[in-house]
Design a protein around this ligand. Structure first.
Ligand SMILES: Nc1ncnc2c1ncn2[C@@H]1O[C@H](COP(=O)(O)OP(=O)(O)OP(=O)(O)O)[C@@H](O)[C@H]1O
Ligand SMILES: O=P(O)(O)OC[C@H]1O[C@H](OP(=O)(O)OP(=O)(O)O)[C@H](O)[C@@H]1O
Length: 328
């Protein structure tokens, strides 16, 4: 089988508190070396799947690498895929969402600012002499968002805010400037910026910096994305990897429950479980001489309700286990 190259994220998406990609792979049945959080190596070994060649990648670099065929597949936040594709179409295909790394990209100002939203901000700053400064790691999305704003259009028409990425400048409206930040973005307000655009998750960083949200630009979470070089057999393999990862994600939401019930009550109980969606398709029944063992897969949140009800049917020897994989 052909080898597939996979970019695995460093930073927040491999942080035990924020988005533990390493644990996801372990839960999905992959044996990994060199990707333990805070002890990552540049090359990562997936010991029990030699068809995958994995590299540690900064999420903000993954879209470029996917677009240029440097990696076939990558786990990356949707925010970075969108930041990369603002100016031109890309050939990145989303295989699916992985249900972690949830953040919002927001625009923020100091807590004591008088602005209600970005339109209000532009209107109230209409006559100032100095340029409006906005710092962000996402200059493309920020500029696009500003240009779509009603207040911006009223004052600056279809001019393009100046974007500066280090020495490189682009745009024709130097009254509104979007400047690239490489991190610790919220601190720029204390240093004189008017606006920042940054990710928020718990809201702690904004609170610490004394900032409030003015606008939400987008919601993001981690996903598995395929690049231009991921075709044919590689795409088939990519799909299998997604199914395996998603199986582990789905499994986290379910319990595997077994219990014994008198044979006389099996029919009534089966109807109850199916009607109340307390099993996937139907309960598995293992019939004995007097008692049957019933086995169901149920969403975790439904367990207390089910326990209460099956006790009324006389259930005994109730066993609840975690599920490692659930591929529907
Ligand atoms: N606090 C957070 N919680 C969960 N996910 C986050 C958080 N901050 C950023 N992310 C997501 O993690 C991905 C990586 O973010 P990004 O590379 O900007 O920062 P980082 O994790 O600090 O990495 P680095 O230290 O390499 O800059 C992005 O897709 C982003 O949406
Ligand atoms: O809402 P919160 O839970 O506080 O998370 C949001 C913070 O997390 C990220 O920063 P990170 O800590 O990765 O550092 P950075 O700003 O240097 O990228 C992001 O850029 C925010 O600053």
């Amino acid at each position: 089988m052909v080898k597939i190259t996979l970019g695995l994220p460093k930073g927040s998406l491999n942080n035990i508190k924020r988005g533990n990609t390493y644990q996801l792979f372990v839960d999905a049945g992959y044996e990994m070396k060199g990707y333990e959080p805070e002890d990552e190596s540049f090359e990562i070994q997936i010991v029990n799947d030699e068809d995958i060649k994995a590299f540690l990648t900064r999420p903000q670099s993954s879209p470029v690498e996917l677009n240029r065929g440097m990696v076939d597949l990558a786990i990356v936040g949707e925010d970075w895929v969108k930041e990369e594709s603002v100016l031109s179409d890309n050939d990145i295909t989303k295989l699916g969402d992985l249900d972690y790394g949830q953040t919002r990209l927001i625009m923020a100002v100091p807590n004591d600012s008088p602005y209600e939203n970005l339109t209000d901000f532009f209107r109230k700053n209409k006559n100032r002499d100095t340029p409006i400064l906005c710092f962000t790691e996402y200059p493309n999305l920020t500029r696009k968002f500003m240009m779509q704003n009603k207040g911006y259009q009223e004052i600056y028409g279809d001019t393009v805010p100046l974007v500066q990425v280090r020495g490189l400048k682009d745009g024709n409206n130097d009254k509104v400037q979007v400047i690239n930040s490489d991190g610790a973005t919220e601190v720029y307000i204390a240093k004189g910026a008017d606006l920042i655009v940054d990710n928020t998750q718990t809201g702690n960083s904004l609170k610490k910096a004394g900032l409030k949200e003015l606008e939400t630009i987008l919601h993001s979470s981690a996903g598995l994305y395929a690049g231009v070089s991921c075709t044919g057999e590689k795409m088939e393999k990519a799909q299998l990897i997604f199914d395996q990862l998603y199986g582990a994600i789905l499994a986290r939401k379910y319990f595997d429950v077994k219990f014994n019930i008198n044979n006389d009550i099996v029919k009534e109980l089966t109807d109850y479980l199916i009607e109340n969606k307390l099993c996937s398709d139907e309960p598995t029944i293992n019939k004995g001489s007097t008692y049957s063992q019933v086995n169901v897969l149920i969403p975790k949140g439904k367990f207390p309700e089910m326990l209460y009800e099956i006790k009324k049917y006389g259930a005994s020897s109730i066993i609840r286990s975690d599920v490692k994989q659930y591929v529907k």
